[in-house]
Design a protein. Structure first.
Length: 321
């Protein structure tokens, strides 16, 4: 009887050891349930569990459950949360020069943004984030391109003049409004629909997915494809947490995130096409203004960045391939 009891204790101990051996990473992010980013993270979690044989899992906290994007990054920096995400330009809260990536027309498309992320310039910034703030950016997912809706058609940059344009309280996007001749009107995201409905502002700018999710097209009959800011979601892990993972676990995580990123991008691209069709069916007029004058209008802001961060700062980013 004593022998059976001993064997039972050993089995229990082994089971407990196997359970504790599982590595779980807590991931907080702002995008809501059922969004492309959420589905991408679910895909990454499923892939991680599969390739690790259940030894490694992700626990997801979507929809800003753990705070806003800035607060969650701070939690990662302090080691209170394992992973989170924010647009690469949003890391300007730590490294101001990264805010340049949100400057209108500085980034051509997501391929260009990805090249910057992996360039010597990007790698230097990522290393500094890890060294100074314990934030280790490990992947970049496509998030969308910001466009402009309005209560009057935008066929050229001239149509932007004097338009009261809602922007977030973000310098680069306020500069976009000023640069193209509009009047920037920072308003809280949750209050934008009412502001558009009552004509407190004449327009707003956001990615297509946000325009659909917030139903701005119901109160804005025009959508101009201004393509002014390309955004990603840069995923960061606590540097200390990363270093606690084995090489095998790090490889598993990177492979899983790659699969999740592909799924999110596919859904965003498909969703954009579907949303544009739905907007048109709802009576929205979509215009495609010549963007060359828009780009020229932003050059004074590039000059200010060069003055702040050094000669050829913006040209280095523009030339990255």
């Amino acid at each position: 009887m004593k022998k059976l009891f001993t064997l039972s204790m050993v089995a229990t101990a082994l089971f407990a050891a196997n359970v504790s051996a599982e590595t779980q990473l807590k991931v907080g992010f702002n995008e809501a349930y059922n969004s492309p980013i959420y589905h991408g993270m679910v895909t990454a979690a499923d892939e991680l569990k599969k390739i690790s044989g259940g030894e490694m899992t992700l626990r997801l906290y979507e929809g800003g459950q753990l705070g806003n994007v800035h607060e969650m990054l701070e939690q990662v920096s302090l080691g209170e949360l394992d992973m989170s995400m924010q647009v690469f330009g949003g890391y300007a809260q730590y490294l101001p020069r990264l805010g340049a990536l949100e400057t209108a027309y500085l980034v051509r498309d997501y391929k260009h943004l990805s090249a910057i992320f992996d360039s010597p310039w990007g790698m230097e910034a990522r290393k500094e984030l890890e060294t100074e703030f314990d934030l280790k950016p490990i992947d970049s997912w496509f998030f969308g391109v910001r466009e402009t809706t309005s209560n009057r058609p935008i066929n050229s940059i001239n149509d932007m003049k004097g338009m009261k344009l809602r922007t977030p309280n973000a310098k680069a996007l306020i500069d976009y409004a000023k640069g193209v001749g509009a009047i920037p009107s920072p308003i809280a995201y949750a209050e934008v629909y009412l502001a558009l409905q009552t004509n407190a502002v004449d327009g707003q700018e956001n990615p297509i997915s946000s325009i659909e999710a917030m139903k701005f097209y119901e109160v804005q009959p025009y959508l101009a494809m201004t393509n002014h800011v390309v955004q990603d979601q840069t995923i960061s892990i606590s540097g200390a947490r990363w270093n606690s993972l084995s090489k095998q676990e790090q490889d598993w995580l990177m492979k899983a995130l790659a699969v999740g990123g592909e799924e999110a991008e596919k859904l965003i691209v498909e969703g954009t096409e579907k949303d544009l069709a739905a907007f048109k069916d709802a009576g929205v007029t979509v215009t495609y203004p010549d963007l060359a004058p828009f780009r020229v209008a932003m050059k004074p802001y590039y000059a200010k960045l060069d003055k702040q961060f050094g000669d050829n700062f913006t040209q280095t980013l523009i030339d990255t391939q």
